[in-house]
Design a protein around this ligand. Structure first.
Ligand code: SF4
Length: 289
């Protein structure tokens, strides 16, 4: 079988940076290193990190109170904020729980937060194209000064109250074509709409590469990554939109050799939170078929 691996498959720079920050503390004798929710949405990588002393506390949406045992003598706990970022309220809360605070928010998410904050202060309402249950969108809503709306469809735009001045951004991992369509629609609904395309370059590269796999002759696509990873789920649905049989798996053990043997050329991509060891394992297993 010929395996076509997408150039962009695997960690994006924001995830890599957050992992390096947490690892740097752990490897230099700081312990425990806590993260507010899962540092990345990949179970296998979280297992690796937990063996290095990096522990997830809090919850997926960064809403719950943090409950950790009191520091033992010799402990120097640190709380690391993950790449998705948090709301200003959550940041204030994490800073007063009695341990060092380190912000590993991806700078690309920081740029989105900055645009929202700047325009909210000028009186704009904010429309975020994003999943209202995703931690990144939850964090970004905290910068809207109470005038933020998370939407994913034209029907949800139709249901918004009458807004006059609108700042429209996207969660970093959404589909480019959907943001273009919805922002154009929002412009027809409100008097003034400032649109900022805040889908990050890492996401755009991964989406473009999936389309390239189809153009290069892939007969099926294997997408590797956590089933709860928003950007991985999106890559899988984009591959399906190319009319290619698509298999979203977390590890090579989920590959069905009988099914995969139906194809001579298979494309492989992976979400921004998928570690290299999982991608190599899948490529090796497919090449051996
Ligand atoms: S997907 Fe984009 S915004 Fe999110 S962590 Fe990676 S580079 Fe940053």
């Amino acid at each position: 079988m010929k395996v076509l691996r997408a150039k962009s498959a695997g960690f994006c720079w924001g995830v890599e940076r957050a992992i390096e920050i947490a690892r740097d503390y752990a490897h230099h004798g700081r312990h425990p290193v806590y993260t507010d929710g899962p540092l990345i949405h990949n179970r296998q990588m979280m297992d690796v990190l937990s063996k290095e002393g990096i522990r997830e506390v809090g919850d997926y949406q960064s809403k719950a109170d943090i409950a950790v045992a009191s520091a033992a003598p010799g402990d120097h706990p640190v709380m690391v904020v993950r790449a998705h970022g948090v709301s200003p309220e959550r940041r204030t809360y994490l800073k007063q729980i009695g341990m060092e605070f380190k912000d590993a928010t991806c700078p690309d998410v920081g740029i989105i937060a900055g645009k929202i904050r700047l325009h909210a202060k000028k009186g704009y309402s904010t429309i975020i194209f994003g999943d209202k249950n995703h931690p990144e969108a939850i964090g970004l809503m905290g910068y809207t000064e109470g005038r933020g709306y998370c939407i994913t469809s034209k029907a949800e735009i139709d249901a918004l109250p009458p807004l006059v001045r609108v700042c429209m951004v996207s969660q970093s991992t959404m589909f480019m074509h959907e943001f273009a369509e919805l922002s154009a629609y929002a412009r027809t609904k409100f008097a003034e709409v400032l649109v900022f395309d805040t889908i990050c370059q890492a996401t755009k590269d991964r989406q473009t590469d999936v389309i390239c796999l189809a153009q290069l002759g892939a007969q099926a696509v294997v997408v590797i990554g956590g089933h709860h990873s928003a950007n991985t789920v999106k890559l899988a649905s984009l591959a399906r939109l190319q009319n290619l049989p698509t298999f979203h798996i977390e590890t090579a053990s989920e590959l069905d050799p009988v099914e995969m043997n139906k194809y001579q050329v298979v494309g492989v991509t992976a979400g921004a939170s998928t570690p290299e060891f999982l991608i190599s394992e899948v490529c090796t297993a497919l090449s051996a078929l």
